[in-house]
Design a protein around this ligand. Structure first.
Ligand code: G6P
Length: 608
């Protein structure tokens, strides 16, 4: 989730690029940089951290003159948030500059190949591979060089490319990441999304998958991956800046809920190949992981719920005793930790103080420590022996959504990895699990189709004062998560329970005004959750069930059924999380709450 802006026209490029970058910081703030073709020489300036650092830096530098250039705000995925890793990246002979949003999954193979041809790498990024590759394939035609290069790339990318020898051309290309061309008056633009170009033009043309654009001051040409001409289809942007940043969604939270198929794809793809698992950034030796006899997961809030889901996978697949602790409590107990303990900190921001203190405590007591984190180079991954990143992209809404589902994905992939290392799961047994994991982005995409139905239910029940959420096994933590989402967004009291616990107290709450949301998808405890629902139905409670399609047994019990696709039980919490998130969202909207910034809460809690 990086931001890209490019300009080619008669006027100076720098002010236009900086103005575009100012409207792209919600796409990443790990570093900012720009490149301008200044009197025949490619000039790059870039700084780690927020855009202000770059602006301060530029004040001290000679002016960057030139009529063609590119800018970038970075959300780090490969390589820490350092100056060296900031974009733009230059090719070996400084003839090509590239900015990129996305993940190149085969960058290691390409890097090896380019190294063998004498290319030297200055950064740890996957992006630098693209710059070298284009330079390697360049024979005088920029569009053709980029076309041949992108045909070798796997993964997701939106790129902007500038050539030293072509002062009036920018090239753009995309696959699985958005990219658009802004059509101005005698000047044209390239951007990752509309807010970057809105002050300059409202006429934009979105590139389709695998399309490339050649952008000159006087016009734009689009071709496909085979080099065939494609029509340029401009549309008129009618939204204002704020809604453009949200890509037309009324809130960041809703945008992030809908981004989950992409976030999950980026997190899962490249790590599974149906045969095995790869965690390129994890530099803990396999023998140390294998030596762990106990697992302790420390986290707060939603991240702790992801840990609770993963406990089932770690125990079931890897047969390793797993404890999940709220980080705030962990350090004030007297945790039994030793050299045979693997402690995992799960955190979106990588900055939550309680989680940081807990993982430091575990480390001090001899544990091997691992972070599962969404922010590259954040404090918690730096404090740990190893890290695996979720590739959810920046999460702006305070209520965590895409970070949650991607955390579950990474943790469950780790469980499969650990199980393989420990010999508790054969390759043949792992294969269907990995296939199920690869199917999750599509299942989540389909689950999102429940949005309209959930919205109607939300309107109907938004005046209820209390809600109950129940689930079993892998979906038990989703009962907590569903209740947490509702509490934090709508300020309605909600509780999550394991369905089997209802009869030990909470059942007393049930009457005909009391809604219970039951996660009742098929799995090992399916019959059990149905019995729990029966107990509620018998007492006149209002049951809203999340179930698989055509489930007559659920339909017979529940007043409302929200259908989600059937998946393997292990991966189902990522799918059932979708209606839970949407229900909380729509109830909060119906009540007029500030969805992206609920009262009293903060996105990253850096105090104890
Ligand atoms: C805050 C956020 C939650 C998040 C929790 C842990 O309370 O509002 O959404 O789950 O912190 O944050 P982390 O960044 O460590 O995942």
């Amino acid at each position: 989730m990086c931001g890209i802006i490019g300009y080619v026209g008669p006027g100076p490029a720098t002010p236009q690029i900086l103005s575009g970058l100012q409207r792209l910081d919600y796409r990443g703030y790990d570093s900012a940089g720009l490149v301008v073709l200044d009197h025949g020489r490619i000039r790059v300036e870039k700084m780690p951290g927020k855009l202000e650092h770059l602006l301060d830096h530029l004040k001290k530098m000679p002016e960057m003159n030139g009529c063609v250039g590119l800018g970038h705000t970075r959300w780090a995925t490969h390589g820490g948030p350092t100056q060296r890793n900031a974009h733009p990246h230059l090719s070996h002979r400084a003839s090509v500059a590239v900015v990129h949003n996305g993940i190149i999954e085969n960058h290691e193979t390409l890097r090896r190949r380019l190294r063998a041809r004498g290319y030297r790498f200055a950064s740890e990024t996957d992006t630098e591979v693209i710059a070298h590759l284009i330079e390697d394939l360049y024979r005088g035609n920029p569009l053709e060089a980029v076309r041949r290069a992108v045909n070798l790339l796997e993964g997701s990318f939106a790129i902007g490319v500038l050539f030293r020898d072509h002062p009036d051309v920018l090239i753009g290309a995309r696959l699985n990441s958005p990219l658009l061309v802004g059509l101005g008056d005698g000047a044209n633009y390239l951007a990752s999304d509309a807010p970057a170009v809105l002050p300059f033009t409202r006429r934009v043309a979105y590139l389709e998958e695998r399309e490339l654009a050649e952008i000159r001051p006087g016009g734009v040409r689009v071709i496909d991956a085979e080099g065939r001409e494609r029509p340029v289809r401009p549309i008129q942007i009618k939204w204002d800046f704020a809604s453009a940043a949200k890509e037309g969604y009324p809130h960041f939270m809703l945008k992030e809920v809908f981004e989950q198929p992409r976030a999950l794809r980026d997190t899962i793809r490249g790590r599974t190949n149906r045969q095995d698992l790869h965690f390129p950034e994890l530099d803990i030796p396999a023998r140390r992981l294998k030596a762990a006899r106990r697992l302790v997961i420390v986290a707060c809030g939603t991240a702790a719920h992801a840990g609770m889901v993963a406990k089932y996978a770690f125990e079931e697949l890897a047969r390793i005793p797993t404890e999940v602790c709220f980080a705030s409590e962990f350090r004030y107990g007297d945790p039994v930790i030793g050299r045979d303990t693997l402690a995992i900190a799960v955190t979106q921001s990588g900055e939550t103080m309680d989680t940081l203190c807990a993982i430091r405590e575990a480390k001090a007591r001899g544990a091997l420590t691992l972070a599962v984190c969404n922010v590259v180079g954040a404090t918690i991954p730096r404090a740990c022996d190893g890290v695996v990143y979720t590739h959810a992209g920046p999460e702006i809404g305070v209520a965590s959504t895409k970070a949650y589902t991607t955390q579950i994905a990474v943790l469950e992939l780790l469980a499969v990895r650990l199980a393989r290392l420990r010999g508790t799961l054969s390759r043949a047994e792992a294969r269907p699990l990995l296939r199920a994991m690869e199917g999750v982005p599509l299942a989540v995409q389909e689950a999102l189709e429940c949005d309209g139905h959930v919205k109607r239910l939300a309107r109907r029940y938004s005046r209820c004062r209390n809600f109950m959420y129940i689930g079993r096994r892998y979906n038990f933590p989703n009962a907590y998560e569903g209740a947490l989402k509702l509490k934090e967004l709508s300020y309605i009291h909600a509780e999550g329970y394991g369905g089997g616990e209802m009869k030990h107290g909470p059942l007393a709450l049930v009457d005909d005004t009391f809604p219970t949301v039951a996660v009742a998808v098929r799995g090992r405890a399916y019959d059990k959750i149905l019995s729990n629902m029966k107990e509620i139905e018998a007492r006149g409670g209002i049951l809203i069930a999340i179930a698989n399609p055509r489930d007559a047994r659920v339909k017979a019990l529940a007043r409302h059924v929200i259908e989600v696709p059937e998946t393997a039980e292990m991966v189902s919490p990522m799918v059932t999380a979708v209606p839970l998130q949407l229900l909380a969202y729509h109830i909060a909207v119906a009540l007029g709450r500030d969805v992206d910034k609920p009262r009293n809460l903060a996105k990253a809690v850096t105090v104890e």
